[in-house]
Design a protein around this ligand. Structure first.
Ligand SMILES: Cc1ncc(COP(=O)(O)O)c(C=O)c1O
Length: 340
């Protein structure tokens, strides 16, 4: 996205904070996934990764369906003609048990008490064992050794450290069980960092195998990552215990959760404003009263001037910021605009 154009738009709009999303970035990624889909491998869109009607409409036309995790998400997509809706709620949504949705069962309790209530259920498998990242433990799913024959199986490892091999490992584990009733194996999302070539390699390996079941993926961030740019204003500067802090209108907790590897740049506002500070290493913080509301820490090659109302630009925002966008105790939600 062109930074100068965005800065102009932001300054003209006079908002205190805003995220601009570029719809065509998301559409291009959906087009790619659509182009590599087949009878054996398909992609569904996790609603939480960007629950905006324009994005969901695109997903409905280009992908195979949706992953939802609560009734609100279901309501957002129920009017679309999608082939499949998978419900990954951590507890059974018994109110939807009789419709066509595939519902995750997450525990031994669910298997013993809930199975009979559902027309279509999936067994979710805990993924602690498929990833090398031993610091990550998931509360979702049953141990794979407790798996029973069923039509739908679901893995989702959210560590974002998954490699092509991680997904092949999940497949091998299921193939070894030789399940007679299996119709769909859903391998989840969590592969933001995989390049298109990696995904192609994975799909080609799957295609070669001729499995008697369909394989699904649910890429969220892979589709919506880096599609947005957040802009806010610098409002204050403090210096405490040897540290410089800049306080801005953008909040980590309200507007920028689940954002990794934050890239920040500073820009001058149009008006003539007061000089706040000269900084080199500085923590950029949000407007809430919460001590942990720290967006990032930056280290510049040399000292730069920071003026009151300077604009900060964060250029790698994902659709999850739209989903999380909250007001904490009256702090404004960030304004959102989708650009074509
Ligand atoms: C069940 C399920 N599938 C897919 C996703 C999307 O994950 P990602 O955005 O890491 O691809 C999530 C995200 O939390 C999820 O919970």
């Amino acid at each position: 996205m062109n930074k100068t154009k965005l800065l102009k738009l932001f300054l003209l709009g006079k908002d205190e904070s805003k995220i601009y999303y570029q719809k065509n970035i998301i559409e291009d990624r959906m087009n790619f996934l659509n182009s590599i889909s087949s009878e054996k491998v398909k992609f569904i869109f996790p609603v939480k990764a960007f629950p905006h009607k324009d994005i969901l409409e695109k997903a409905a036309s280009k992908l195979y369906g949706f992953d939802i995790s609560n009734p609100n998400e279901y309501n957002l997509v129920k009017s679309f003609q999608s082939d499949l809706i998978w419900n990954s709620s951590p507890f059974p949504l018994v109110q939807f048990a009789n419709n066509k949705i595939i519902h995750d069962l997450n525990s031994k309790f669910d298997l013993e008490n809930m199975k009979e209530k559902f027309q279509n259920y999936a067994i979710r498998i805990n993924t602690d064992h498929v990833n090398e990242d031993l610091s990550h433990h998931s509360r979702f799913g049953i141990n794979s050794s407790d798996l029973q024959d069923c039509s739908y199986i679901h893995y989702h490892s959210g560590t974002e450290k998954n490699q092509v091999d991680t997904y092949l490992k999940m497949i091998d584990e299921i193939v070894a069980l030789n399940l007679k009733d299996l119709k769909v194996l859903n391998l989840g999302g969590g592969f933001t960092h995989l390049e298109k070539e990696d995904i192609l390699e994975l799909i080609q390996k799957i295609e070669k195998q001729n499995f008697p079941f369909l394989i699904l993926f649910e890429p969220g961030r892979w589709i919506t990552n880096n599609s947005g740019v957040a802009l806010g204003r610098v409002k204050n500067y403090t210096h405490n215990s040897g540290k410089d802090y800049i306080i801005t209108t953008l909040s980590r907790d309200c507007h920028l959760r689940w954002l990794n590897k934050i890239k920040v740049s500073f820009h001058r506002s149009l008006a003539k404003e007061e000089l706040l500070a000269k900084v080199k290493e500085v923590k950029i913080t949000g407007p809430t009263c919460y001590e942990g509301d720290i967006i990032t820490e930056v280290s510049m090659s040399e000292k730069i001037d920071i003026f009151y109302n300077d604009v900060i630009m964060i250029s790698n925002v994902s659709g999850y910021s739209f989903a999380w966008n909250t007001s904490f105790n009256g702090i404004d939600k960030v304004k959102i605009e989708l650009l074509n």
